[in-house]
Design a protein around this ligand. Structure first.
Ligand code: SF4
Length: 302
């Protein structure tokens, strides 16, 4: 990679596993969950159906707002919406989502209804703060659309857009990888992958870059030399661009496989992707628990 080498946030490297079962797919969210709390990781990815399924996708309000802003920006581009139409839709979506969460609809339809951690845990947040969060989300979308970068994206040919905010899965040398690029554009014989980042994403940038460039190579058959990764700090920049060598790709593949191996290490039966709760320790730092969706279910607090 010509700008900077991928950072290696992982600890010790584990051995490459011989096979990875189809039920196991690597993702950045999975990696981050594993490194936050092993027990949380167990609940999120291995615990059986029931109450846990109702709360596993709960989000903190700032994560929730960010998810919706990005989705709003994807829709703005995908549907070539006027920005005021996109802003109005985002505000309405936030209001509808908030009401549904406040009524705990996610408990009945966890796959369809987003739930907020604050509602599940009965954390009092003043109405003004919710309103301010929604107003900031809409303002950020307007800001993004008004930047030179946003205008450039909106003016580009729709036919060049290969993917906008879609969940994609590809095979990385025997390991399924899930990722959602913000925008992938065809650029002559190459590809430009756009990733809209937040400053807090820094620790995991190396893994995300590796997954995105491999997505271009494996999913669209791009030559590594023809891939440009555009990182844009949402909503108003700056923007950085990266190119990758064959060596960068190999280093990225190792980084992702090492992360997957580390996650599979505590499994009772890695070949069948089976886990036991007692093999996944609770977090050392109790402060992490205060924002955990499984707080009310966790054996640590029962
Ligand atoms: S409540 Fe704390 S220890 Fe339990 S799963 Fe959540 S973060 Fe981990």
């Amino acid at each position: 990679m010509t700008k900077a080498a991928p950072s290696g946030p992982l600890g010790a490297k584990g051995p490459m596993t011989a096979t990875t079962p189809a039920s196991f797919a690597w993702s950045l969210a999975r990696h981050e969950c594993f490194h936050t709390c092993l027990r949380r990781y167990y609940y999120r990815y291995y615990a059986g159906p029931g109450v846990i399924q109702q709360v596993r996708d709960l989000q903190l309000r700032h994560e929730w707002a960010h998810t919706h802003i990005r989705r709003g920006a994807h829709e703005w581009l995908r549907e070539s919406l006027e920005i005021e139409a996109a802003a109005a839709r985002l505000l309405q979506t936030l209001r509808d989502d908030f009401r549904a969460s406040r009524q705990h609809e996610y408990r009945l339809t966890p796959k369809r209804t987003a739930g907020l951690f604050e509602h599940e845990c009965g954390i009092a947040v003043p109405d003004e703060e919710w309103k301010s969060l929604a107003d900031r989300a809409v303002a950020d979308l307007r800001t993004f659309a008004g930047t030179a970068y946003g205008r450039e994206l909106a003016a580009g040919p729709a036919a060049a857009r290969l993917a906008i905010g879609e969940n994609l899965r590809f095979d990385l040398r025997g390991l399924a990888v899930d990722i959602r690029p913000d925008l992938v554009l065809k650029d002559g014989t190459g590809l430009r992958i756009h990733d809209w980042i937040q400053p807090s994403d820094v620790p995991s940038r190396g893994l995300t870059r590796a997954a995105l460039v491999w997505l271009a190579v494996e999913h669209w058959g791009a030559a590594p030399a023809g891939v440009v990764l555009v990182e844009y700090t949402f909503p108003s920049g700056p923007r950085e661009e990266y190119r990758f060598s064959e060596e960068d790709l190999e280093a990225g593949r190792e980084l992702i496989h090492d992360s997957a191996d580390e996650m599979r290490y505590p499994l009772a039966d890695p070949e069948r992707d089976l886990a036991r709760e007692e093999d996944f320790d609770v977090a050392d730092d109790e402060r992490i628990c205060h924002t955990c969706p499984f707080l009310r279910l966790c054996a640590r607090w029962r």
